[in-house]
Design a protein around this ligand. Structure first.
Ligand code: ADP
Length: 407
């Protein structure tokens, strides 16, 4: 059977009410002239209608060649990165087999018999009251190329600007140091403000560079077997002094709900397979935020637990909390909640986006629970490995390390 040959005993086109008949002339004209591909299927996934843009993108010659075929024969996809999907992970199959919407999912379309890969954004809309499904898709090659150019520009600009900013910061530190400069109190005030601004700028360029590297897969995790409680404790204990300076109580190894007498000593040994530098950046961001968004007198709690086959880390604070509206967006690039409490607190809105990218690159998940005015808890869940796996991977890791192989 050739790629576009019909199913055995296809439903004769005349018996299935042609969609054209069910649409108004105006709708037909729109469907015939838009650049997005549109396919309408029946309950069984058989193509009932296909517009000219879809015919061209799929390269099936004509609408008549496609009508009566199973949509899966026309819409073969793989992941954006060129990975073949197992059926249970194929977003198109999953949406077609359920009553769920699929919204602008970025994948690669494998075109006709040429096998050419075209990046598309595909949506599936279940038609209410019918078993029909509408599949729409558009070519996003140009958008991705433009995004790539933009990323390249931001990456180069951030890289180039980091050097002069570091130099400004260095000179301001010298000016503020009583051993290297003499300044009056008014000048100290101005220079302190300039120093804080240059540190903010330096952080912005650092984060922007990381965003571009993570977005185009240049920053990949280097996994190693790690005992997670020890690692997370070592990173978070670096915040004992900053927390004390902010007059915030810090506890490792407990949750907010544990009263002091119930604080559970963490003698549990939990193994993971993670990138240690990624873990450092993730914990730094979460604890930095916990301190930043918690007024003096508050508390932060950091905990690590083995939860079945997952490692569960939580960073809890008793700070200003996040409204439910903001909670849906805080992991997006550049999102900052805007209220009278947060307005005076500096930030780039990139920290949590970077946390999410790094956690997901290690096969994990991050989420937050919070209510405005009632503190927040950020959870990071990562794959856990057994003690036996840890030993095995440790031997392999050390062998690779000795041979200079970076994973
Ligand atoms: P920022 O640099 O602004 O802190 P993030 O991406 O780290 O950027 O955080 C995004 C937004 O989420 C912040 O602007 C803040 O409004 C909110 N947020 C993050 N962590 C907390 C927290 N622990 N408590 C309250 N709000 C938080």
């Amino acid at each position: 059977m050739s790629f576009f040959s019909k199913k055995e005993n296809p439903a004769p086109v005349a018996q299935t009410p042609p969609v054209q008949n069910a649409t108004s002339p105006l709708a037909e004209m729109v469907l015939a002239n838009i650049h997005d591909g549109v396919i309408i299927t029946d309950r069984a996934g058989t193509v009932q209608f296909i517009n000219p843009a879809a015919v061209t993108m799929i390269d099936c010659g004509s609408a008549q060649n496609a009508i009566g075929l199973d949509y899966g024969l026309l819409m073969k996809i793989e992941s954006k990165e060129g990975r073949e999907y197992p059926a249970e992970e194929n977003p198109l199959i999953q949406a077609m087999n359920s009553n769920q919407y699929l919204d602008n999912c970025e994948v690669c379309l494998i075109v006709g018999q040429s096998g050419k890969r075209v990046p598309i954004a595909v949506s599936v809309i279940p038609v209410s009251g019918h078993a029909n499904k509408v599949i729409t898709f558009r070519d996003i090659a140009k958008e991705l190329a433009e995004e790539g150019e933009q990323t390249e520009f931001i990456s180069t600009a951030s890289h180039e600007m980091r050097t002069p900013v570091a130099s400004i910061e260095g000179y301001l530190s010298l000016a503020l140091n009583p051993q290297t400069a003499t300044i009056d109190e008014r000048a100290r005030g101005y220079l302190n403000a300039a120093h804080a601004a240059s540190q903010h700028l330096g952080k912005l360029f650092h984060d922007l560079l990381d965003v571009t590297k993570l977005d185009d897969n240049r920053l990949r995790p280097h996994f190693e077997p790690v005992e997670m409680v020890g690692l997370v404790k070592q990173i978070s204990d670096g915040y004992i002094v900053p927390a004390k300076n902010a007059r915030i109580n810090y506890q490792f190894g407990s949750n907010k709900s544990n009263s002091v007498s119930e604080v559970r000593r963490l003698d549990q040994v939990v193994y993971g397979y993670v990138d240690v530098n990624f873990m450092r950046e993730i914990m730094d961001n979460l604890i930095d935020n916990a301190i930043k968004y918690t007024p003096a007198g508050g508390s932060i709690y950091v905990n690590v637990l083995g939860d079945g086959d997952r490692v569960l880390i939580n960073v809890t604070d008793t700070g200003m909390g996040i409204s439910s509206d903001d909670l849906q967006h805080i992991f997006q690039k550049f999102y900052r909640s805007d209220n009278s409490d947060t307005r005076t607190i500096g930030g780039t809105g990139l920290g949590l986006y970077l946390v999410k990218q790094r956690v997901e690159a290690m096969g994990g998940r991050v989420w937050a629970e919070s209510a405005f005015g009632e503190g927040s808890t950020f959870y990071v869940s990562l794959p856990r490995i057994t003690g036996e796996e840890y030993e095995k991977r440790m031997i392999a890791f050390q062998n690779n390390f000795n041979q200079g192989v970076i994973q």
